[in-house]
Design a protein around this ligand. Structure first.
Ligand SMILES: [Mg+2]
Length: 406
């Protein structure tokens, strides 16, 4: 029998902050973007802040209205990365089958660990207490026979809790929950289900898979299987995931680059390629770099640490381009030959940040990015070029991009 756990660290960002500064313990605190900039919203909160009614994605001023003494801290991605690695080191003691789902969540297939570590509940409990004792962080664990139900279980009781959803109780527990509590149900599927009169997971389970497939395509069939505990998706292996140190795309041009406009067109095209690969790996960049060589082979390079991790092509390209024009005078007297855009300090993508941190403009561009990815995954990268890349008919071979993962 398959035994799958989903382990989710509770209030991960806030917990790491408290761990590093125990005087914060028991106080209402939030992790938030820069209040001066547009990123001034709540990214994460401590239990105390949660109890007061403070919510992720609220603006800082809204949160402060609820609690005057609220402690506001900036995110510290280096620390999150460090703690994330320590969490996974603990999980890997129990099984090599650990598939991460963001920095603070993962699935574990412990089917082969039962003899060694006890019943599924006992294994979950050992993981829970080991993380708590060694890292001072609490986790919620869902124990089940499918990935879908395990994930559902870890959401049901928190913090510091275990929920078992097995073959004898999944109908009582899972089927009464709203349909969109199930993973993989996004806004569009939710809307479609609502139009079909489907509001709970049980409704999905009891609708004909033929109708679901007709209305929702392949997803419909999948949702039917998920809701009935029939998904057979495997837990991936942790070691199979390699996070590169950096990703870069470079281009050497046959003609000299003598205008800012030409440089811009190339940089945006490179930024697009870098961002595509970031998203393909499910990564976000914490730093953006650009490297240019002029035709005397003099090199200029600049790296920018960014406060909000991103996989957005526009943001990456803009940052790189601004660095170039601020520091190099591009002209006939100083023509450029090679440009490379790179991203570094990469972390696994975190949906909270991706979806909520940005204002609606960036949300919109995230949607555009996803659509671009879908088309490119199907037809190949070079099928699409954004308008900016087409502006200059430059003899640069953008289809033969120089891909580097280090
Ligand atoms: Mg979490």
């Amino acid at each position: 029998m398959n035994v799958i756990l989903h382990v989710d660290a509770n209030n991960f960002y806030a917990s790491v902050a408290i761990k590093n500064n125990p005087t914060l313990k028991g106080k209402p605190l939030i992790i938030c973007g820069d209040p001066e900039k547009r990123h001034g919203i709540v990214l994460a909160k401590s239990n105390e802040a949660k109890k007061l009614g403070i919510k992720t994605t609220q603006t800082i001023s809204e949160a402060k209205k609820i609690c005057k003494n609220l402690i506001c801290l900036p995110p510290d991605y280096q620390q999150y990365k460090k703690y994330s690695e320590m969490l996974f080191e603990i999980y890997k003691r129990f099984t090599p089958l650990v598939e991460s789902f963001g920095m603070d969540e993962c699935w574990l297939d412990v089917s082969g660990s039962i003899k060694l570590y006890g019943t599924p509940y006992e294994i979950a409990n050992q993981i829970r207490s080991t993380v708590k004792n060694e890292l001072g962080i609490t986790v919620s664990v869902g124990v089940s026979f499918t990935k879908t139900f395990a994930k559902l279980g870890s959401d049901l009781k928190k913090p510091d809790a275990i929920t078992v959803i097995d073959k004898s109780n999944y109908k009582q527990i899972a089927w009464n929950l709203p349909a969109d509590h199930m993973i993989y149900i996004g806004d569009s599927a939710k809307l479609k289900l609502k139009q079909m009169g489907i509001s709970t997971i049980g409704d999905i389970a009891q609708t004909s898979p033929i109708i679901l497939e007709r209305e929702l395509g392949k997803t419909g069939k999948k949702l039917y299987n998920y809701a009935n505990g029939m998904d057979d998706e495997k837990v991936g292996e942790y070691y199979a995931e390699h996070i590169p140190e950096s990703i870069s795309n470079g281009s050497t041009c046959e003609e000299d680059i003598i205008t800012e406009r030409a440089a811009k067109s190339i940089i945006y095209s490179l930024g697009e390629a870098v961002a595509f690969r970031l998203r393909k790996y499910g990564l976000l960049a914490n730093g953006i770099g650009v490297n240019v060589k002029n035709n005397e082979f003099e090199v200029f390079s600049r790296q920018t640490k960014i406060s909000v991790p991103t996989s957005d092509a526009g943001y990456i390209s803009r940052t790189a381009f601004e660095n170039v024009i601020k520091n190099c005078k591009i002209s006939k007297d100083n023509p450029l030959r090679t440009i490379t855009v790179c991203v570094y300090n990469l972390t696994k993508g975190d949906e909270i940040i991706q979806d909520f941190l940005f204002n609606s403009d960036t949300k919109k561009s995230a949607e555009v990015n996803r659509k671009l990815d879908t088309i490119r995954n199907k037809y190949g990268y070079s099928i699409l070029k954004k308008a900016i890349e087409l502006e200059e008919t430059f003899k640069c071979d953008h289809t033969r991009l120089d891909n580097t993962d280090e």
